[in-house]
Write a protein that binds this ligand. Structure first.
Ligand code: PLP
Length: 427
């Protein structure tokens, strides 16, 4: 074991600050990272990897983009934290609301978890109802109410929920299958008056990439409206990633609350929730729904978000990301086909997922064949050896960034091909 990993394990549970980083689902030793630039990550031993994790989504420009680094350096020189409103915060709020024009106010927090937790509290506070609805396989961070049947970290570790979540609280969380209008209708027919909100990743990307039908999302919009419940689009991954205005823009569906994280902070800790004034006036200091944060709206994090959003202003970047994603998808798919593996590379823009099973990529968790995880574990060890860093879980997606030049995509495809060949040979 690497001496640094050994030291890490002595002082941090599993040697990590977030569970998937420990590589338990795939085996093998997680490298300790020294630095990351553009499309590459370098470990402490100097090994360079082509990176398809992108810090789990935020690094849409690639790592250490010079404009972002310059912006945060300047901001840091002017102060690290004020605990008061600053100009960069106002500017980022304006930039965010520009991309979600139906929304009127945004509140910044420090993580996606906090954004979702606060959005759910707002929904409960505004409706005076307690019950919430989420979907199987969607992950919304680790707030107590949402740690029920949620996403790859839990799926790969085989934890259906989490210890420490009071059953009385978990009981207020209803879990529905994705892609199933009838199940949603039945739940609302039985408990519609008690439901504060439905929360969904409009592009579920935490248990594979389970692309939803437009009609299903529209159905949820109608159903929630009809029953006086709110619809929350958790766009912590998809917001600013699949289009400027995320899935809200692509589907043209107007949810009641959108949550953001990851890209909005450009690699620094930022989350946000946004909604119309009628809802946001319920939030303290204007209303009775309390939510606060010492480091919320932190000037350095705001600077990173602002610089990132500025570089995403031109819609052409989304076409470029789509084209890069398509190149990688094609390369990976032909490698899989050449080796005769029944697998589909699912993709939306710059988000890709290897669906290691026959037939079209699934839309709901019960259609996902978890047997593919064993094969992925073997493949992953070979990928890392070949210098391609992909997520250490069969159910996590890959992210392409604007820093992935044609040579990175070629390198990634060649590494994938070699790793696949080795995996097939191992049997
Ligand atoms: C859709 C979604 N919501 C919420 C979160 C939680 O965000 P964070 O890890 O910043 O707390 C995540 C994290 O991956 C996510 O994918």
């Amino acid at each position: 074991m690497h001496p640094l990993l050994e030291r890490a394990k002595k002082v941090m549970p599993g040697g990590v600050s977030s569970p998937v980083r420990a590589f338990l689902a795939v085996g093998g030793e997680p490298p300790i990272v020294a630095k990351a630039r553009g499309a590459e990550v370098t470990d402490v031993d100097g090994k360079v990897y082509t990176d398809l994790v992108g810090s789990w989504g935020p690094m849409i420009l690639g790592h250490s983009h010079p404009a972002v680094v310059e912006a945060i350096t300047r901001a840091a020189q002017e102060g690290l934290s004020f605990g008061a409103t600053c100009e960069r915060e106002v500017m980022l709020a304006e930039a965010v609301l520009c991309r979600f024009p139906w929304a009127e106010k945004v509140r910044f927090v420090s993580t996606g978890t906090e954004a979702v937790m606060s959005a759910v509290r707002l929904a409960r506070g505004a409706t005076g109802r307690s019950r919430i609805v989420k979907f199987e396989a969607c992950y919304h961070g680790h707030a107590d109410s949402l740690l029920v049947k949620g996403g790859s970290g839990l799926a790969t570790l085989g934890i259906p929920s989490s210890a420490g979540v009071p059953p009385a609280l978990a009981e207020l969380t209803e879990v529905l299958p994705l892609d199933d209008e009838r199940a949603a209708d039945e739940l609302f027919a039985a408990k519609g008056k008690e439901i504060a909100c439905v929360i969904i990743e409009p592009l579920p990307a935490n248990s594979g990439l389970l692309v939803q039908r437009q009609e299903f999302l529209e159905h949820l919009r109608k159903l929630t409206r009809a029953h006086g419940a709110l619809l929350i689009f958790d766009e912590v991954i998809s917001g600013l990633r699949v289009a400027m205005g995320g899935m809200t823009e692509l589907t043209k569906i107007e949810p009641d609350i959108v949550t953001l994280g990851k890209i909005v902070g450009g690699g620094m800790p930022v989350g946000a929730y946004l909604a119309k004034d009628t809802l946001m006036t319920q939030v303290a200091p204007l209303g009775p729904v309390y939510q606060a944060g010492t480091l919320s709206g932190n000037p350095v994090a705001m600077a990173a978000g602002l610089a990132t959003l500025k570089l995403l202003e031109d819609r052409k970047v989304y076409a470029e990301l789509d084209q890069k994603g398509a190149t990688l998808q094609k390369g990976f798919q032909s490698a899989l086909d050449r080796h005769g593996l029944p697998a589909t590379v699912a993709r939306v823009g710059s988000i890709l997922w290897l669906s290691l099973q026959k037939g079209p990529a699934p839309r709901a968790w019960h259609q996902v064949e978890t047997a593919g995880a064993k094969l992925y574990g073997k493949l992953h060890r070979n990928l890392m050896r070949e210098g391609l860093w992909m997520a250490p879980s069969a159910f996590e997606v890959a992210f392409v960034s604007l820093a992935h030049a044609p040579e990175h995509l070629e390198r990634a495809t060649a590494a994938f091909e070699r790793a696949l060949a080795a995996t097939v040979k191992e049997g």
